[in-house]
Design a protein around this ligand. Structure first.
Ligand SMILES: Nc1nc2c(c(=O)[nH]1)N[C@H]1C(S)=C(S)[C@@H](COP(=O)(O)O)O[C@H]1N2
Ligand SMILES: [Mo]
Length: 332
């Protein structure tokens, strides 16, 4: 099934592309400033307040804040993607294949009660209610880039904690080499489960050292609030150095296994989507280049500038050594 297509950047004008330039630039400054964690006088100006309102969450969901994470690489100093853009341009195939479908359709997703089952090769398997999972470790805010294989990217302040915290608690056995993530597949609330677009449930996986890397985030919120349904409520993974499809949404099972697990997009098109899927500007997708990307909300429409994609999505210093000696063209 060859559903993913390259993002050309002019099919859907973003809200920011039709925002007057002055307001937009004010918002940019505000975002830079928020990302830096500074607060103060600029709030007073109308333009700045307007800017903040557009960047921030609208305050309809429950707040979920965390202290700024000190994990190296967790505080990318780039302007944030507007909340509106980050929550209305999504891939979540359970709710439709168009980027605008999840925001329209994911309202049916029931996120309470919610249980995540930890099973497989662990000494302490178990079922975690979402509230207990939330409390397992202190929440942190981390600003991560999310880069889709289709060629677009966003910068999002996620809230969660390192997946390694949970992994340490459940004590994997010595033969556990991979972690598999299985997500909800409920045909009653997810209109595309049952379609043949992908093999449901959506499945993903990481090698144990990738799953244990502090940058791999068990994620419950974004922009200081709980995750909106379309972004993978109530709990998802975010792996910032890999293409977005590795970041499984609305997970219900974490399984420790010995062999490399099958993954949804690899099963759909193995020659296009490998297990590793590290962001790599030097390894093209068979149908398009991965050398550049379009930042969602950056404006420009038809004339949108495409920025150069960075090795491991800019996290090479932190994760490069995980792949020392590996042929990244073969292990795409
Ligand atoms: N369960 C599930 N998780 C998923 C997907 C999906 O279709 N189903 N899409 C993936 C893809 S392709 C991307 S790019 C990211 C998008 O995350 P976002 O909507 O928060 O930007 O989610 C990933 N996780
Ligand atoms: Mo994606």
């Amino acid at each position: 099934m060859l559903i993913h297509s390259r993002d050309d950047g002019f099919l859907h004008p973003r809200s920011s592309e039709i925002t007057p330039k002055g307001v937009y630039e004010g918002r940019r400054d505000m975002l830079r400033w928020m990302a830096g964690g500074v607060a103060g006088a600029a709030m007073a100006s109308w333009a700045a307040r307007d800017a903040l309102a557009q960047a921030a969450a609208p305050g309809k969901l429950a707040p979920l804040a965390g202290a700024k994470s000190a994990v190296p690489g967790a505080q990318t100093m780039e302007k944030l993607t507007d909340y509106k853009d980050a929550t209305s341009y999504n891939n979540f195939y359970e709710f439709g294949t168009d980027k605008g479908d999840p925001v329209k359709n994911a309202g049916t997703l029931k996120t309470r009660p919610w249980t995540v089952e930890v099973e497989g090769l662990v000494k302490k398997p178990g079922k975690y209610g979402i509230e207990d999972l939330l409390k397992l470790s202190a929440q942190e805010e981390r600003i991560y880039r999310l880069r889709c294989v289709e060629g677009w990217s966003m910068v999002i302040p996620w809230v969660g904690y390192s997946l390694s915290e949970l992994i340490k608690k459940v004590e994997p056995q010595g033969n556990a080499k991979y972690v598999e993530f299985l997500t909800l597949a409920d045909p009653k609330t997810m209109p595309f489960v049952g379609s043949r677009v992908l093999d449901w449930p959506y499945a993903e996986g990481l090698r144990m050292d990738e799953a244990m890397h502090p940058l791999t985030l068990l994620t419950f919120g974004m922009y200081g609030e709980v995750l909106p349904n379309q972004n993978g409520a109530p709990v998802r993974i975010v792996v910032p150095w890999k293409y977005g499809f590795k970041s499984a949404k609305s997970i219900v099972k974490i399984r420790f296994v010995e062999k490399e697990p099958g993954t949804a997009w690899n099963k759909a098109a193995a020659n296009e989507y490998g297990f590793y899927s590290n962001v790599n500007p030097n390894v093209d997708h068979p149908r398009w280049s991965q050398a550049t990307e379009r930042r969602i909300g950056d404006g420009g429409g038809l004339f949108a500038k495409r920025a150069k994609t960075q090795m491991f999505n800019g996290y090479e210093a932190q994760v490069g050594q995980l792949y020392a000696g590996m042929d990244l063209k073969k292990n795409y």
